[in-house]
Write a protein of this length. Structure first.
Length: 483
């Protein structure tokens, strides 16, 4: 019985093995037949299509912005120097670094004792000169009177001489009398000459006295000015810088005490290239009063506007380009010496398209789409570079879809799939309408969060109260909630 059971089991296993071998043979045979019946033609290749970002070129009138770097300076800057030397006996409370002074304020006082004494001496000299003038005038009058008397005496002596000559001719007089009369007449004429010389000397004395008086008056004016210069006043309102003097110090003549700067008369100087300068010239060849925007680097919301008013007359030593100056309108917060960024609004350029700088290739052309969405080359003229953008102009450019970023894979004739800016809403701007349950769940989570700052919590609750909530905000909160 045991032998029969084992024999049946062996026969069953042999039958199963044989069935599996037959099934495997059929599978191999079917696979060989299928392989032999396959078509050995190569598979057809599909054209590769690239996805590219495109932008429609629109021609417009643009005012290019020229960017340069400059320095703030004041149109009214005065070095305050000591006109006279001496000891500083007075300083105004505002005479400090950064002090604000008004026009006419007395800032520095220098000891006037020596100059007052000098002024008094000059006044005494003036009185002496005036007395000398009066004495010279009286001397001139006397000299003229003496000359008149001498001329009268000479006239009398001449008549006496003529009378002696007549007497001698009639035989009444003697030769000795004639000679004596002639000698007296000659002496009288000599006396006239002496009086004329005295008159000339008196006139010269008058002139010298007048010259001395004039010089003394000039010296008096100088002494008065020197005395007035002992007080240094502010010629205009402004701020002080580079203050180098203290009370009690001895200062010398023409020594620099401080620098007065007018903060309401600021301007910016900046240098541009010669090519940029030519773009700022008008049709008449003169510099146009272009608008500028001045920004203080590193500061928040500290900027002002102005207008170009002149250019430097020369280039400068070891310099290139042109130095321009622009007057600032409202310059609160700016100080002289600040390094700033200057944005100049150039004259308007007509019929140009603004494109990303990556759209222009090294060959001076851009890639545009044709009717079959294939690329083609379009030569353009580069007009300006504006940061990451360019202003170009080309024949047939208006209204064409331009590839905004060229790569080595893109060339003329390639099939592309254009991606335009209006094909979808950016993730940052996508909005979502919430159900009341979902909104309540988000609000409860935000209110229960104790680690969130109060300012951020208030901002999120205000956004969640709106009918539409940014998708980015909702996803961020739900990610923290864990669902």
């Amino acid at each position: 019985m045991r032998f029969l059971r084992q024999s049946l089991i062996g026969v069953f296993l042999a039958s199963v093995t044989l069935a599996l071998l037959i099934y495997a043979g059929q599978l191999v045979y079917g696979a060989v037949q299928t392989r032999m019946a396959d078509d050995r033609r190569p598979p057809s290749a599909r054209e590769r299509v690239f996805a590219v970002n495109v932008q429609v070129a629109q021609l417009e009138s643009v005012s290019p912005i020229l960017t340069a770097f400059g320095q703030i300076q004041s149109r009214r800057t005065l070095e305050m120097r000591a006109a006279v030397g001496g000891r500083v006996i007075h300083l105004a409370d505002s005479f400090v670094e950064g002090g604000v002074v008004g026009q006419g304020d007395v800032l520095v006082g220098i000891d006037p004792a020596n100059l007052e004494a000098a002024l008094e001496r000059v006044r005494n000299d003036l009185r002496d000169a005036e007395a000398e003038v009066r004495d010279a005038d009286r001397g001139l009058i006397l000299a003229r009177d003496e000359l008149a008397a001498a001329e009268d005496q000479a006239s009398l002596q001449d008549r006496a001489f003529q009378r002696q000559v007549d007497l001698e001719a009639r035989g009444v007089g003697t030769a000795a009398s004639v000679e004596a009369a002639e000698l007296s007449a000659a002496q009288a004429r000599q006396s006239v000459l002496s009086r004329r010389q005295a008159e000339a000397q008196a006139e010269a004395r008058v002139d010298l006295a007048a010259t001395r008086l004039s010089r003394t008056r000039i010296a008096l004016e100088e002494a008065e000015r020197d005395l007035a210069d002992t007080e240094i006043t502010a010629p205009f309102s402004g701020s002080l810088s580079d203050v180098t003097v203290v009370e009690g110090r001895l200062v010398s003549q023409n020594e620099k005490l401080a620098e007065l700067v007018d903060p309401n008369a600021l301007e910016v100087s900046f240098r541009v290239s010669t090519a940029q300068f030519t773009r700022l010239l008008g049709p008449s060849g003169l510099l146009v009063p272009a608008r500028v925007v001045v920004t203080l680097d590193g500061a928040v919301d500290l900027q002002t506007s102005g207008q170009i008013n002149r250019a430097s007359a020369g280039v400068g030593d070891v310099q290139t380009g042109r130095l321009l100056f622009a007057r600032l309108e409202q310059a609160q917060g700016f100080k002289t010496g600040d390094f700033v960024t200057v944005s100049v609004e150039e004259p308007v350029v007509d019929r140009v398209a603004r494109l990303p700088a990556s759209a222009l290739g090294a060959d001076g052309a851009v890639l545009v789409l044709d009717a079959d969405e294939r690329l083609e080359m379009l030569p353009v003229d580069l007009i300006r570079r504006q940061g990451d953008d360019i202003l170009v102009r080309g024949l047939g450019l208006e209204g064409r879809s331009v590839v905004t970023a060229r790569t080595p894979l893109l060339a003329a004739g390639i099939k592309v799939r254009p991606l335009r800016e209006d094909d979808g809403i950016p993730e940052e701007q996508a909005m979502l309408e919430l159900s009341e349950e979902r909104r309540a769940r988000l609000v409860a989570f935000v209110e229960a969060n104790t680690r969130m700052p109060d300012v951020t919590k208030a901002r999120l609750l205000l956004q969640l109260a709106e009918p539409q909530v940014p998708t980015r905000i909702v996803e961020r909160i739900e990610a923290r909630m864990g669902g």
